[in-house]
Design a protein around this ligand. Structure first.
Ligand SMILES: Nc1ncnc2c1ncn2[C@@H]1O[C@H](COP(=O)(O)OP(=O)(O)OP(=O)(O)O)[C@@H](O)[C@H]1O
Length: 268
């Protein structure tokens, strides 16, 4: 499999604070890889270095192809309210693609995400889930070599989240897109991913690179109750405890006994 993304010994430091350290991994063409890690560990920093928004202090990022699209969590800030849905989807193509081709690609992308009828509306006339579909359509119309998604479904309700997860799996299957998704949701990572990269607490290091051994076609009910799904979810949850301080059970139990004894004395 050709690698679309190669990350080697990547590190980044903000002033004194080291956010990520020694990260190395590849993403193959057509793969969907999820990144999970404790809150604040450096996941967004990783995406920002991959997308070129920040220059890493150390290591390298090699992208096979020059088209990269990013979908952020906050759809309300990533869409232009004064442009129609179609205008938003066409926007990244305005300098590189002729008008007729822009129209065609926007119409096709809106069809993929089920928003053909909303093309002439403005984003603020749509629900949150529909706005995030527009953001996904815009990314797909760009035909990216790599699609980066930063907590893409974290701002929508649970039902819409399931629908958007299924939409992502569908377009990814049909288009063969290569996708890297950052999520704080372990279940989502197992449901969506071909692989899961588990990061440690700050500075983020790679704790595990796990293969998701589930069928390519998944559904919210059957897949989530599959024994392999449940086992992998527990494994990721256990791994996410790496780097966190553990409770000293013996000390805790002794302190509990002492405080119970004091309470008993006070009650006499
Ligand atoms: N521009 C910045 N300047 C200084 N420190 C920063 C900057 N951006 C992030 N950090 C720090 O780097 C660390 C990693 O931040 P980052 O946003 O990458 O983590 P994250 O895993 O995406 O967080 P979350 O799970 O909350 O979304 C945090 O301690 C954060 O405070």
């Amino acid at each position: 499999m050709t690698n679309m993304l190669e990350v080697a010994d990547l590190g980044h430091t903000y002033g004194e604070h080291q956010a990520i350290a020694g990260l190395s991994f590849n993403v193959g063409a057509g793969e969907l890889v999820c990144v999970v890690g404790p809150s604040g560990c450096g996941k967004s920093t990783l995406l920002r270095t991959i997308s070129g928004l920040i220059t890493p202090s150390h290591g390298s990022v090699d992208l096979n192809g020059d088209h990269l699209a990013v979908v952020f969590q906050d759809y309300s800030r990533s869409l232009f309210p004064w442009l129609s849905v179609q205008g938003n989807v066409e926007f990244p193509l305005r300098r590189t693609t002729k008008r007729a081709e822009r129209r065609r690609r926007a119409a096709e992308a809106l069809e993929w995400v089920g928003l053909t009828d909303a093309a002439k509306k403005n984003p603020w006339q749509l629900s949150g889930g529909m706005q995030q579909r527009v953001a996904i359509a815009r990314a797909l119309a760009y035909q990216p070599s790599l699609l980066l998604m930063d907590e893409p479904f974290a701002s929508v309700d649970a039902q819409t989240r399931f629908e958007l997860e299924d939409l992502l799996l569908k377009v990814r299957r049909e288009l063969g897109a290569t996708v890297l998704v950052v999520t704080h949701d372990i279940d989502e990572a197992v449901y969506l991913g071909d692989r899961i990269l588990v990061l440690s607490g700050s500075p983020a290091r790679l704790v595990a690179d796990l293969k998701v051994d589930l069928p390519a076609v998944r559904d919210q009910v059957t897949t989530r109750t599959d024994e392999k799904f449940v086992t992998l979810r527990s494994r990721v949850a256990r791994l996410l405890n790496v780097g966190k301080p553990t409770v000293d059970i013996a000390k805790w139990a002794a302190a509990e006994r002492e405080s119970l004894a004091e309470e008993a004395l006070a009650d006499r």
